[in-house]
Design a protein around this ligand. Structure first.
Ligand SMILES: Nc1ncnc2c1ncn2[C@@H]1O[C@H](COP(=O)(O)OP(=O)(O)OP(=O)(O)O)[C@@H](O)[C@H]1O
Length: 366
């Protein structure tokens, strides 16, 4: 996207330093044809923070980014940059006036242009000399200062991603939007590129909104995470908040693998295959779902209240996943253990449940 560096209400004040802006969505609704894809979305990316938009495919993440960038006008609600309305009922700033940069999933580099020309592509408001200087500066910031004359096909996927980042950062945007920026990368490259990207964002002090459908990725990079489902924000918070205090089962399952048991609350607790689970705050007779994380089930050949039998054992490298049968219960239970924690060939085990890995949710329709 072409973004001017000089803008009348530019939130930046000095060359070389971006002053991050706060980007707010207020009550955004959007539909394609008659299909609603965003429903009353209110969300804030605070100045300088990395906010991840997390959610399954089709939950509306990319649409929200496109609305922020000005590529897609929302049907209702407002978008504000530092409390200034940039899109709303009476205002619509075009993309190039927003001081918002965008990095696409496929990097969208021009194959016939050198890295330098790719990077200075959006610097249309600068003189040729200043544009080249800014582009060189941006490429140096992402560690590609020695490759300015190379072409994209001569680079690895990780390097191409850095060029895309340099091109987006060159106009010194107040906010940078990134749509699944790491999904095209080899899994071995991902960790390094993610860490580098984060370091560059911190150094440039840019507010960033990054779309991902991978909870672990969001936990690695985000200051805060906004979880979306069917066009609605389900929960916003730090990784710890979403992991430890999920508002619903959808959120819990997004962040960890769980066993789910249905039950009815009696005397403040619910009976499950893994024993009696306290359900504070639920009325007698309430239908609930109990989620117990796979990592929260202790498996031992000696200690534990519940007897079980190993019916399947899958090696995953650092961990193993066990499928366990419990006498008298139809439903098998899964547990994750450290690789080698249980001797090979052991069939009869004992289980214990760690209470911090137990979550109880209302489930009135069950
Ligand atoms: N230009 C379009 N025209 C019609 N429908 C669209 C358009 N863009 C997206 N949609 C639909 O809107 C819904 C939300 O799409 P969006 O791309 O915002 O979701 P997403 O969470 O980013 O998903 P993904 O991770 O698959 O990209 C989807 O059902 C999608 O098919």
């Amino acid at each position: 996207m072409s973004l001017p560096r000089k803008n009348r209400d530019d939130p930046r004040t000095s060359v070389g330093v971006s002053f991050a802006a706060r980007l707010a969505f207020e009550h955004i609704d959007h539909a394609y044809d008659d299909k609603a894809v965003l429903d009353d979305v209110s969300l804030v990316a605070e100045a300088g923070e990395v906010l991840c938009l997390l959610g399954p495919s089709g939950s509306g993440k990319s649409t929200l980014l496109r609305i922020a960038a000005g590529i897609e006008p929302q049907q209702a609600g407002r978008v504000l940059l530092n409390d200034r309305e940039i899109a709303g009922p009476s205002v619509f700033l075009p993309p190039e006036k927003r001081s918002i940069g965008l990095v696409f999933q496929d990097f969208a580099l021009f194959p016939h242009l050198t890295l330098l020309d790719n990077t200075r592509f959006g610097l249309t408001e600068l003189s040729r000399k200043d544009g080249i200087a800014e582009a060189k500066n941006a490429l140096s910031r992402v560690g590609l200062g020695d490759k300015m004359d190379a072409y994209p096909h001569e680079l690895s996927g990780g390097q191409q991603q850095r060029v895309a980042l340099a091109r987006a950062l060159a106009p010194r945007p107040a906010v940078l939007l990134m749509d699944e920026p790491f999904s095209g990368l080899d899994s071995r490259l991902k960790d390094a590129v993610r860490a580098e990207t984060l370091a560059i964002l911190r150094q440039s002090r840019t507010t960033a909104i990054i779309v991902t459908h991978d909870a672990e990725e969001a936990m690695r990079i985000a200051d805060r995470i906004a979880l979306l489902k069917d066009g609605r924000v389900v929960q916003v918070g730090t990784a710890q908040q979403l992991y430890h205090q999920p508002v619903d089962l959808f959120t819990a399952r997004f962040f960890s693998e769980v066993n789910i048991f249905r039950g009815t609350v009696e005397d403040g607790a619910v009976e499950t295959t893994l024993g009696r689970i306290a359900a504070p705050g639920f009325a007698p007779g309430a239908r609930v779902k109990v989620a117990i994380r796979l990592v929260g089930i202790g498996v031992s050949s000696e200690h534990g209240e519940i007897e079980a039998r190993v019916v399947r054992r899958r090696f995953l490298g650092v961990t193993e996943v066990l499928e366990l049968a419990i006498s008298g219960a139809e439903q098998t239970v899964r547990a994750t253990i450290r690789e080698g924690h249980l001797e090979a060939g052991v069939k009869n085990v004992r289980l214990s449940v760690r209470l911090s890995d137990v979550l109880v949710f209302a489930s009135p329709s069950d």
